[in-house]
Design a protein around this ligand. Structure first.
Ligand code: DGJ
Length: 541
């Protein structure tokens, strides 16, 4: 072979092997600027997900009609439970058939999977632990209330409980490592909505003993080192004892239900960490825990307490380094507020659950655009009655076209999002030299429905591709432009086109002008419509 040909062959082989090495890397998280990306097959992956209803994944027959729905809604990922009781019906005998069917069918349908480990705890309770655990409370102790009565919640203070959970979870991860060679499973949720209920903390003898011991040095050292950057809720609580730095839990934090909750959180988090750590040892997929939010402001014990809640972020982060993210489940209307809370302490935002409702369409744009979220996932996605018309599916269609661009601009400071409704009708965004005044479509007053007091939520993602070039995608918004910080110069629309990304390549459609941009005054995507527009601006005096 001629030397040139040999050199080319070697180069080709090297390229090929580095490419396949890249494709074989385990899904993982990577920092990019101020964002965290989920890297799958060597590329940033945006989770356009949907979580299955709790019992749906126990029957492939039941799920049969769902796969077409997922396609119609442009999902790229499903979040599916793994039920401990079905996976280990007899101690030490594992049955992965159901999980394999979910994974294989997802793969065939071009979907990735996030597995939800319904292990020791599911929405506080221990309903998914196998019968051999449920019926043997002397070996697998339960939490107790203050009267000494057992709760249907496994105790976080029992080594037997932890060992059993950890063994089962490790078996699952080992199985995934051996069988899921093409990485259909991209992430794992450890337990589900951990939280103590009816009490702020457990009352078993072991729990009481731990409560009266010194606060673990692991936590104390962490709190001392991070005293000035703790979440304000925790800092304020600790300040009541003048930041006492040694002693038992009540000495350090004072006597209160809030202290009881802190204590329980530390032990829940240690437990979840031990499970995650053991699983990661065999197969290190990204792992997160999810939280039932206490938005009604009731006392610890009356809401699922001690889970990965905003005021307990430091406790969870200190106790659980093997957990990559603390994630909010949204069943309340305070979307911005809780996302703000969950993006503190460098916590990457992933929304594993949100009630399936029309506003999800706008919220997905906002979470991904503004908070650089890793992904979004309405709950009980298979129950969407009309998948083709499901609003979040329309947003996913746009977001899936844009996912390469989103991956490129995440963490760069050039991407933002807006969320508008009847209360918040306008928002300003500074993008380089320009100020974008984004308003709800109904502020124009052109829609006959604008007189309805409840406006549909509107949302958009805005990417500044170049100094004067923007990608604007979303639903229900109208955007005016000005030059930031001066009135002597104005901003005009040089050109706007709608279009589609097909396999990552922009294919322009209509040139938007005249009535569509109000003769150059603004960019508009009407409510009830979804669109991507590429916009070029210019300055004039
Ligand atoms: C939140 C839980 O995490 C889900 O598993 C499910 O129980 C929903 N709540 C039901 O609304």
């Amino acid at each position: 072979m001629a030397p040139f040909k040999i050199a080319c062959t070697i180069l080709f082989c090297l390229l090929l092997s580095s490419r396949s090495r890249c494709q074989n890397t385990i899904p993982h998280l990577a920092k990019k600027g101020n964002a965290t990306q989920l890297i799958v097959d060597g590329k940033p992956f945006l989770v356009l997900g949907g979580e299955l209803g709790n019992s749906s994944a126990s029957s492939m027959e039941y799920l049969r009609p769902a796969w077409e729905k997922f396609k119609a809604m442009h999902l790229n990922t499903i979040l599916s439970p793994v039920y401990w009781e079905l996976m280990e019906p007899e101690e030490g005998k594992f049955d992965f058939a159901l999980t394999d069917s979910i994974i294989n069918t997802s793969r065939k349908n071009n979907l990735k999977v996030i597995l939800l480990w319904f292990g020791s705890w599911k929405n506080s309770m221990s309903c998914y632990v196998p019968a051999w655990i449920k019926t043997n409370a002397s070996r697998f102790p339960r939490a107790q209330d203050h009267t000494g009565r057992g709760l249907e919640i496994l105790s976080a203070f029992s080594k037997n409980n932890l060992d059993a959970d950890r063994k089962a979870f490790t078996a699952l991860m080992q199985h995934l490592k051996e069988t899921d060679r093409t990485h259909t499973v991209i992430m794992v949720q450890v337990e589900n909505e951990i939280g103590m209920l009816t009490e702020a903390r457990e009352r078993t003898a072991d729990a009481d003993k731990a409560f009266n011991r010194e606060v673990a040095p692991g936590l104390m050292d962490y709190l001392i080192a991070k005293k000035d950057s703790l979440v304000p809720e925790l800092r304020e609580h600790w300040s009541k004892t003048n930041f006492t730095a040694s002693g038992n839990w009540e000495t350090v934090f004072g006597k209160s239900l809030a202290t009881d909750e802190l204590f329980q959180a530390w032990y829940y988090a240690k437990y979840a960490n031990a499970v995650a750590e053991a699983g990661k040892k065999v197969y290190p997929l990204p792992m997160y825990v999810n939280a039932a939010l206490n938005y009604r402001n009731v006392s610890p014990g009356q809401y699922p307490s001690a889970g990965p809640l905003p005021h307990l972020m430091d406790i969870w982060q200190a106790a659980a380094p093997a957990i990559d993210m603390l994630s909010p489940d949204f069943y309340n209307p305070f979307f911005k507020q809780y996302n703000d809370l969950y993006t503190r302490r460098n916590n990457p935002l992933f929304i594993p659950e949100i009630r399936l409702e029309p506003s999800d369409a706008a919220k997905a744009f906002y979470a991904i655009g503004h908070y650089q979220a890793i992904g979004f996932s309405p709950f009980s996605i298979e129950s969407a009655p009309e998948p083709k018309n499901e609003p979040v599916g329309k947003s996913y269609s746009i977001l899936s076209q844009l996912s390469a661009e989103i991956g490129k601009y995440q963490g760069s400071g050039r991407m933002d999002g807006v969320l508008l409704d009847t209360q918040t009708r306008k928002q300003e965004i500074i993008c380089g030299d320009y100020k974008l005044s984004v308003a709800h479509d109904y502020t124009l007053g052109w829609s006959p429905e604008a007189s309805n007091p409840d406006w549909p939520m509107a949302g958009a993602i805005i990417i500044r591709e170049g100094d004067n070039d923007f990608i604007i995608a979303g639903t229900g918004i109208v955007i005016g432009f000005s030059i930031n910080g001066t009135e002597t110069e104005k901003a005009g629309i040089l050109q706007a086109e709608e279009g589609k990304y097909i396999n990552g390549i922009w294919k322009p459609g209509r040139r938007m002008n005249g009535d569509q941009d109000h003769q150059g005054r603004h960019i508009r995507i009407p409510a009830g419509e979804w669109n991507i527009q590429k916009v070029k601006l210019y300055r004039y005096k």
